[in-house]
Design a protein around this ligand. Structure first.
Ligand code: 5GP
Length: 212
């Protein structure tokens, strides 16, 4: 066995933030840069926005199907956000983690709390803050995918969402996209080296010690 083949369990990298803090842009860049990282695609009952692709941005579904899946235990976690259901499909995540693949989650604080109860050892929790309220508002308006009412509602909720930052391990203030992506990469690379994730370590060290 060589050192770079040490077996490792995948980790769960959670990115949370108020809407408009830049989390989706950070996720997309990160996924393009990191081979061993896959996005957990959530199911949701909210309407598809222009440009969003079913099965790629979300699994878009209706309330009845979502509730059936809740009863079947198909979600690792689920929550109501802005009056719509959002949930993380369980089977996909469990499969990736057991194959040593890391999984990225774009979920809110409610989902993070649930995952924290279920799998605290696997979880790495990162919270993204906007650099200022005016910047947050600007980003929400620029996105122009939601109606003015929806934007106002999201601004009102942002303060509440941000109050959950102490529940996270790492905080990134998103002043610059490239810098924020680099910061998340550093976190990911360090967390991969944690002793407890490297489940093949004891065999590897045993072999190192026996080889002289
Ligand atoms: P949006 O509608 O803007 O795509 O997402 C609204 C919020 O729902 C975001 O904070 C996003 O992180 C969160 N969210 C997306 N998918 C999930 C999920 O599967 N579970 C939970 N708990 N939150 C989610």
């Amino acid at each position: 066995m060589s050192g770079d083949l040490i077996q490792r369990r995948g980790l769960m990298l959670v990115l949370s933030s108020p809407s408009g803090a830049g989390k989706t842009s950070i996720s997309k860049k990160l996924l393009a840069l990191e081979d061993n990282l896959t996005l957990s695609i959530s199911a949701t009952t909210r309407k598809r926005r222009p440009g969003e692709v079913d099965g790629s941005d979300y699994h878009f579904t209706d309330q009845t199907s979502f509730e059936i899946q809740i009863n079947q235990g198909a979600f690792l976690e689920y929550a109501k956000v802005f009056d719509h259901y959002y949930g993380t499909p369980r089977a996909f995540v469990e499969d990736k983690l057991s194959n040593g693949q890391d999984v990225l989650f774009d979920i809110d604080w409610q989902g993070t709390q649930q995952l924290n109860e279920l799998m605290p050892e696997d979880l790495v929790k990162v919270f993204i803050l906007p650099p200022s309220v005016s910047e947050l508002e600007k980003r929400l308006l620029n996105r122009a995918q939601d109606s003015a009412d929806v934007v106002a509602g999201r601004m009102a909720k942002a303060a509440d969402e941000m109050s959950h930052y102490p529940e996270y391990d790492y905080i990134i203030v998103n002043r610059d996209l490239e810098e924020s992506v680099a910061a998340v990469q550093k976190i990911l690379h360090s967390e991969r080296l944690k002793r407890t994730r490297q489940i093949g370590l004891s065999d590897f060290v045993k072999q190192l010690r026996n080889s002289d």
